[in-house]
Design a binder for this molecule. Structure first.
Ligand SMILES: [Mg+2]
Ligand SMILES: [Zn+2]
Length: 211
């Protein structure tokens, strides 16, 4: 079992642009700038990369399993053009009222990845843009990571980041994580905002500017 050779990503709002009416076709699946390259770099850095995504659009009748698989086939094809593939994609097709074990914030999808890849989740970063991603990460023993793409800015502004380390986007996370996972944990901008010396310095310079 590898302790840190795995990175798990939410899909919508992390890899691709989120869509209020759900991503229902391959044409509607648009990568966020730099996200595919970030996955390539993580794979080349020796990490396996898996995706855990809630897809209640299936329960809502907005797309079917074949449609979802077509979207994922396109995502993998775009990654193959860049020289890599995702190791595993797991999804929850259920609605919010079905009480399933897999819909985030429950940890079921993350546990499916652990079983499927036979890797421990302990300390593994799970990168998401919504509070339920961070909750699922904690429930599964992963390290919650927030990105400011998709719902991420709103999550941060609402104070729902739950102290997770926070990055502007998946590319920024990948840079920090590949340089040093421990450094990424220490250097979380969220930590800086919480009263560290760096945060204090920013506060004082802002006062100077206003004065
Ligand atoms: Mg999301
Ligand atoms: Zn489910």
């Amino acid at each position: 079992m590898s302790k840190c050779g795995l990175v798990i990503l939410d899909r919508d709002g992390v890899i691709n642009k989120d869509c209020a009416q759900f991503v229902r076709s391959p044409e509607q699946w648009q990568p966020i700038a730099g996200s595919l390259d970030a996955i390539v770099r993580l794979r080349r850095g020796g990490y396996r990369v898996a995706v855990a995504t809630n897809q209640s659009g299936i329960a809502r009748g907005l797309l079917d399993i074949a449609g979802l698989e077509a979207i994922h086939a396109q995502m993998q094809a775009m990654l193959r053009e860049c020289g890599c593939e995702l190791d595993l994609i797991v999804f929850c097709p259920h609605g919010p009222d079905e009480g399933c074990a897999c819909r985030k914030p429950r940890p079921g999808l993350l546990q499916q990845i652990s079983t499927g890849l036979r890797m421990s989740l302990q300390g593994v970063p799970f990168v998401g843009d919504s509070p339920r991603d961070l909750e699922a990460a904690r429930a599964a023993g992963c390290t919650p990571v927030l990105v400011r793409t998709g719902n991420g800015l709103r999550t941060e502004r609402d104070g729902a980041d739950q102290g997770a380390m926070t990055f502007d986007d998946l590319a920024a996370f990948a840079d920090a994580w590949l340089e040093s996972p421990a450094g990424a944990l220490r250097g979380s901008p969220a930590g800086a905002l919480r009263g560290s010396p760096a945060g204090a310095l920013r506060g004082s310079s802002a006062r100077v500017l206003r004065g």
